[in-house]
Design a protein around this ligand. Structure first.
Ligand code: FAD
Length: 546
């Protein structure tokens, strides 16, 4: 493998501790907090074989298992198709999966997904949803976004060499090698856009030899073959991949690395195209929970939370679904005519009574990145350092190191009140880098190390740019995800197993069975649009089979 010279060194989170400026894990800290959101204990209960004795048996036309974006989209599609007898089950206490929200001191904040770029024309179903939700309106034959839901300016800034600079690219002097490397990458992306098809959802781009070749190597390998090796460019691309895929350029495929740019806004070298607009992004203080809460609302009593689905068995006369109430341990058996499985693939392979070869293969090949999301209640405004003003997305550059930290977003950024005051900063850490053993260690640390250790790491990392943060932070609520999202490692996007599980997403008709798979895992990577469109297609397939 050719590694880009001057690229980032790989390491595990614990091997090289982050600078904990002003905040040591064992030092007394002025803030309190806890683990919040998902419960690892609930999901892990599936590993314990237990006798299941249903206290009741109930019936429905369609059962949707999993109330993340995909499950909620399936339920919506069923409702639109006139199917009301739908029951939705989720093991957590709130719907939304990776797109749930939280609040601290009365301020809304995200627990996971926090933005949705303005979708392109291929994501028809998402565009329809946004129109229905009042986020897009028709103006002649154009769809216009509602400004107040778009990310306010300034959008992004980067902390580097003791100051903030606008945007996320490392500065490049005129005529410097870095500038020419930015330009070369921009050309390579433009060539990829001209010669290959890209789309979101990816299923609508079809598949070709060219895409397969990119899917066969890591992004770092591909960059090496293109002689793209500037430290600044590499740092930016690594950040972009970790931000979208939970793992960096050494881990994800070249297909994934290019898809990030080619399927949306391209890559603009500084000064290349001064008229190029920043990508429009929808965001809300509570993140994408703004969308999932609206999707869940019409379900009312048909949404069963705290409901762990232990077994799904597709039989000749219908589908048996064994559900355990987390709070009481009581079991219920549901008999459905059709079922949508909007679950991560490794969970689906565990609960389905006789998993198909495709499901087993797809589950076996999918690697999930662990993630940590930290919400910091900051009681007083932070004293800002020189440079670019406080932005929605604030990223800290760590020279010469691959850090899991992705910086923070400010939940009060969308507020129309210009007076600085208390806020919630949401910091994201992607922990999917390294080989399977390294990722597993990071997952174990997430599960076993105390809340205080992780909180101190996050606060210490941000204190590099905000030395007054530790003293002004009152509370740190942490959400840990052991298996947050599929990492698009080489070979996954083109895998026949994934295609076999989701025939409907590309517009073709699906199989005539009773189980319909829907989850962002089916795309090999995780974003709202993929989850929603897989869910929508699965809901329509289930409706057609009734
Ligand atoms: C930290 C983080 C940040 C992200 N940021 C963004 C972003 O800004 N924009 C974006 O587009 N995407 C983002 N994503 C990607 C996000 O995963 C997708 O946008 C989308 O929310 C995935 O939805 P899903 O339905 O495919 O999966 P999930 O959210 O994984 O939903 C699966 C559901 O199944 C439930 N479940 C699992 N097992 C069982 C069981 N046995 N019984 C019952 N229920 C079960 C789970 O509780 C969960 O609710 C982010 C992801 C993470 C983790």
């Amino acid at each position: 493998m050719t590694r880009p010279s001057g690229g980032l060194r790989r390491r595990t989170v614990l091997a090289a501790p982050l600078a904990l400026a002003g905040c040591q894990a064992d030092a007394p800290q002025p803030f309190d907090g806890n683990w919040v959101g998902a419960s690892a204990e609930r999901g892990h209960r599936l590993r314990e074989p237990r006798p299941f004795q249903p206290a009741a048996t109930r019936r429905c036309a369609v059962a949707v298992v999993g109330a993340g974006v995909a499950g909620l989209a399936a339920a919506r599609a069923l409702r639109m198709a006139g199917v009301d007898d739908v029951q939705v089950f989720d093991l957590e206490d709130e719907a939304g999966g990776n797109a749930r929200g939280h609040a601290m001191a009365g301020m809304a904040c995200p627990l996971g997904a926090h933005y949705l770029p303005l979708p392109g024309p291929e994501a028809v179903e998402v565009l329809e949803l946004l129109e229905e939700s009042g986020l897009l309106r028709q103006d002649g034959n154009r769809l216009v976004p509602e400004e107040r839901h778009l990310c306010h300016s300034p959008q992004e800034r980067l902390w580097i060499d003791g100051q903030w600079v606008e945007g996320l690219l490392l500065p490049a002097a005129r005529g410097s090698r870095r500038e020419s490397q930015y330009r070369l990458f921009s050309q390579r992306v433009a060539e990829a856009v001209r010669s290959l098809r890209w789309a979101i959802p990816t299923a609508r781009a079809g598949w070709s030899e060219g895409l397969a070749a990119l899917d066969a190597v890591t992004f770092a390998q591909w960059l090496g073959t293109q002689r793209l090796d500037d430290t600044g460019l590499i740092a930016y691309l690594d950040y972009a991949c970790r931000d979208d895929y939970g793992a960096g350029i050494q881990t994800v495929s070249a297909w994934a690395g290019l898809h990030y740019f080619a399927s949306r806004h391209g890559f603009h070298a500084p000064g290349d195209d001064p008229t190029a607009d920043r990508e429009a992004v929808f965001t809300w203080p509570e993140g994408n929970a703004w969308l999932t809460r609206r999707l869940a609302a019409p379900l009312a009593g048909r949404l069963h939370t705290g409901a762990l689905v232990r077994r799904v068995d597709a039989l000749r006369h219908g589908v048996e679904i064994d559900v355990e109430q987390w709070a009481t341990g009581l079991g219920e058996r549901w008999l459905a005519q059709q079922a949508v499985l909007a679950l991560p693939l490794h969970v689906a392979a565990r609960v389905v009574a006789q998993p198909s070869a495709a499901l087993q293969a797809a589950a076996g090949q999918t690697r999930h990145a662990p993630w940590l999301v930290a919400n910091l209640h900051v009681q007083q405004p932070l004293t800002d350092k020189p440079g670019a003003p406080a932005s929605w997305d604030n990223v800290l550059y760590t020279p010469g190191q691959a850090t899991p930290s992705l910086g923070y977003v400010d939940a009060m950024h969308q507020s129309l009140d210009p007076t600085p005051g208390p806020t919630v900063l949401t910091a994201y850490w992607a922990l999917g880098d390294g080989d399977a053993a390294a990722v597993s260690r990071q997952r174990q640390d997430l599960l076993n190390l105390p809340w205080r250790t992780w909180a101190a790491r996050v606060v210490g990392d941000l204190a590099r740019a905000h030395p007054d943060l530790p003293a002004k932070t009152r509370r740190v609520d942490l959400m840990r995800y052991g298996h947050a999202m599929a990492i698009p490692v080489p070979g996954v996007r083109g895998s026949a197993a994934l295609r076999a599980l989701a025939p409907g997403a590309s517009g073709t008709s699906g199989p005539s069975g009773r189980l319909h798979f829907a989850h962002s895992d089916l795309a090999g990577y995780s974003i709202f649009e993929e989850a929603f469109i897989f869910g929508h297609a699965a809901g329509l397939r289930a409706a057609r089979q009734l």
